[in-house]
Design a protein around this ligand. Structure first.
Ligand SMILES: Cc1cc2nc3c(=O)[nH]c(=O)nc-3n(C[C@H](O)[C@H](O)[C@H](O)COP(=O)(O)OP(=O)(O)OC[C@H]3O[C@@H](n4cnc5c(N)ncnc54)[C@H](O)[C@@H]3O)c2cc1C
Ligand SMILES: Cc1cc2nc3c(=O)[nH]c(=O)nc-3n(C[C@H](O)[C@H](O)[C@H](O)COP(=O)(O)O)c2cc1C
Length: 576
């Protein structure tokens, strides 16, 4: 089947050149067994795309599923809505609820709870699910009448893949709940796993609520292998002028291989610890960085372990483990390993090996791609702001942003592409409104470069904000050119500190309320990128106010209007 596909596709033009290239690369590098496996996978995938009919068997079932989602960036919510729609179509009385709004006391009264749970941070629960899990974890409720299933969303590039879903699944089992389906883990391209979950639910309902599959153990799928690219940072420049309080880098990565990305995607960076921090930990233990240490199945010099393990901003879970090991009081806030070592009395029998065993690999960090393959051949661009924060009397910087800022030019860098299907350009004749203060401008530089290079006809409106016009106007020359050539139809900058009172992007949106609403009513797609708090919430509240006043309606109805835009893909957010 695969071989036939290869000969048919080029003449049939069924796939774009990029997709065809990817398929050819995959097949040419695959063994015979892998090709046979792929054939089965594709057939299964096609089956999974068929519309699902979830129906209770003839006798019907008294189960009323509640689909509870825990989400940071909205994927789990989308999946929960999809499951709900399918249930409704099949006349099954179901509802969805944000886990933040859900009290665990209700679980004992439910018949079937279906959880869609993403993982955030370093294997942590998303913000809206933290309180729920903390309570569930210490609960001694008897959940033996509850049936449940967990779909865990995650990203296999992270060391603790789908960890929150796994922990939730285990905790529910411990409290006596009956698992109706094995835990399913879904990577960033989760669509086919969701479809397969729906099929399993279908079987469950057809079976009148009896578990169809062996559910004794949670079946965690093998971690998929992702494509990593290699490139070099060929050019980097600070976008701020001297005197700015920001340090934001424009970084160009040049690759020999074509990198498959689209505007809206992000690039995943595997940062390493800096040599000064590594040396300080080594000095603390009077160790030899070259001494080989074995952890699990791998042997490597101590220096290498310390470069790759996370020793900065340790998470709450890690702090608990480290405190236990060192016999010190548990720290509540994030902390660096070195500070812990220096500020506490560490027992002499604790060696570096036992600490290294606890530490996790450094989690990758994502950066929005700010280039377009149409405009920047063979390159991927990023816009990276060095993260600065104060701990006690020290000014610290973020691990990955500082790593990129320090990264030597023309040195090899490994990375991967994080596809973001929820942040994509609409059809080329659709108007777009882009709100991107700070590094939020990154994907919009990609959008505009792409629309410029492809001659897209839709109109473009950009809101950008930073502190000072003369110090922080990122990509000023390009923006001015886009205005001059008519690519950018409207540009509204908000430089917050150039006058007595602060002016932010939401103020510019408010000043242009009529026109903003007109664009929305005429079908424009709305994008927000950048800081989640407080920017994206302030912007969203302003947009709701504007819709209410311009459409002469209530705030509640304006919220529903914006939600409808969001569900139909006309309001897309990429906030962090
Ligand atoms: C989809 C997506 C796209 C993104 N795009 C961009 C982009 O285009 N440009 C960009 O600049 N960023 C972007 N980001 C953010 C980026 O991924 C990183 O989160 C950001 O650079 C900070 O990472 P870091 O490793 O530098 O900081 P980290 O080391 O991860 O620190 C982050 C925070 O943790 C806390 N912390 C860390 N250590 C300690 C400690 N010892 N004590 C107390 N608190 C501590 C601080 O609050 C600090 O600000 C994006 C994020 C996502 C999810
Ligand atoms: C900052 C950040 C940290 C993440 N950490 C993990 C992780 O530790 N393990 C994992 O499997 N996935 C991790 N992910 C991936 C998310 O779980 C994945 O993108 C998921 O689809 C998000 O779903 P949501 O939009 O419902 O939150 C992380 C994503 C981000 C942006």
């Amino acid at each position: 089947m695969i071989l036939i596909l290869i000969t048919i596709i080029p003449s049939g033009k069924m796939l774009s050149d990029t997709k065809l290239l990817l398929l050819q690369q995959l097949v040419h590098n695959a063994s015979k067994e892998e090709i046979i496996w792929t054939e089965g996978y594709l057939a299964g995938f096609l089956d999974a795309q068929q519309p699902i009919a979830i129906q209770p068997a003839s006798k019907g079932t008294s189960l009323k599923p509640v689909v509870i989602y825990g989400t940071e960036t909205g994927n789990s919510k989308k999946v929960a809505s999809r499951i709900l729609t399918t249930f409704k179509k099949n006349k099954i009385n179901a509802k969805t609820v944000d886990v933040f709004q859900y009290d665990i006391d209700k679980l004992q009264k439910e018949t079937l709870a279906l959880f869609v749970m993403s993982t955030q941070g370093e294997g942590e629960f998303p913000q809206n699910a933290v309180a729920f899990y903390e309570k569930l974890k210490v609960s001694d409720a008897d959940l033996s009448t509850l049936k449940f299933a967990v779909l865990a969303l995650g990203d296999s590039s992270y060391p603790l893949y789908c960890n929150a879903g796994i922990l939730l699944d285990e905790t529910l089992e411990r409290l006596g709940a009956q698992r109706i389906l094995p835990l399913l883990t879904a990577d960033v391209d989760y669509a086919d796993v969701v479809a397969s979950w729906e099929i399993q639910l279908q079987q469950f309902f057809e079976n009148d609520g009896a578990a169809a599959i062996n559910t004794n153990n949670a079946a965690i799928q093998p971690t998929p292998i992702k494509k990593n690219y290699k490139g070099v940072i060929s050019h980097k420049v600070i976008l701020n002028d001297r005197g700015s309080s920001k340090e934001t880098w424009h970084i160009e990565i040049t690759t020999a291989d074509e990198v498959a990305y689209e505007p809206g995607d992000a690039l995943g960076v595997f940062a390493k610890n800096d040599s000064v921090s590594i040396q300080k930990v080594i000095n603390y233990f009077s160790e030899d960085p070259k001494r080989i240490v074995k952890i699990k199945d791998r042997e490597a010099p101590i220096g290498e372990w310390l470069a790759e393990r996370n020793i900065k901003g340790l998470s709450k879970r890690l702090l608990e483990q480290v405190s236990d090991l060192l016999g010190i009081a548990t720290l509540e806030e994030k902390a660096d390993l070195l500070d812990i070592l220096e500020q506490n009395q560490i027992p002499e029998n604790i060696g570096i090996h036992s600490l290294l065993e606890l530490l996790l690999p450094i989690a990758p960090r994502l950066y929005s791609v700010s280039s377009s393959t149409e405009a920047h051949d063979g390159q991927v661009h990023l816009t990276v702001s060095v993260n600065r924060f104060i701990v006690g009397d020290q000014i610290k910087t973020g691990l990955a942003s500082q790593f990129l800022a320090d990264y030597p030019v023309n040195t090899e860098l490994e990375f991967y592409i994080h596809k973001n299907t929820n942040f994509k350009l609409p059809s080329e004749d659709t108007d777009i409104i882009m709100i991107g203060p700070g590094t939020g401008i990154a994907p919009f530089r990609s959008f505009l470069s792409h629309r410029d290079a492809t001659g897209a006809e839709g109109k473009n409106w950009l809101f950008f904000g930073e502190q000072h016009f003369v110090l922080d106007f990122y990509y000023q020359t390009e923006i001015q050119e886009w205005i001059a050539t008519g690519v950018l139809n409207r540009f509204d900058p908000a430089f917050s500190r150039d006058q007595q009172h602060k002016i932010y992007v939401q103020d510019r949106i408010r000043e242009n309320a009529k026109e903003f609403n007109r664009w929305l009513e005429r079908g424009a797609t709305l994008y927000v990128c950048g800081q989640k708090h407080p920017m994206s919430t302030d912007v969203e509240n302003t947009i709701i106010e504007i819709i209410a006043s311009e459409q002469n309606t209530s705030i509640e109805k304006a919220k529903v209007f914006l939600e409808t835009l969001e569900t139909s893909g006309r309001y897309q957010k990429d906030v962090y």
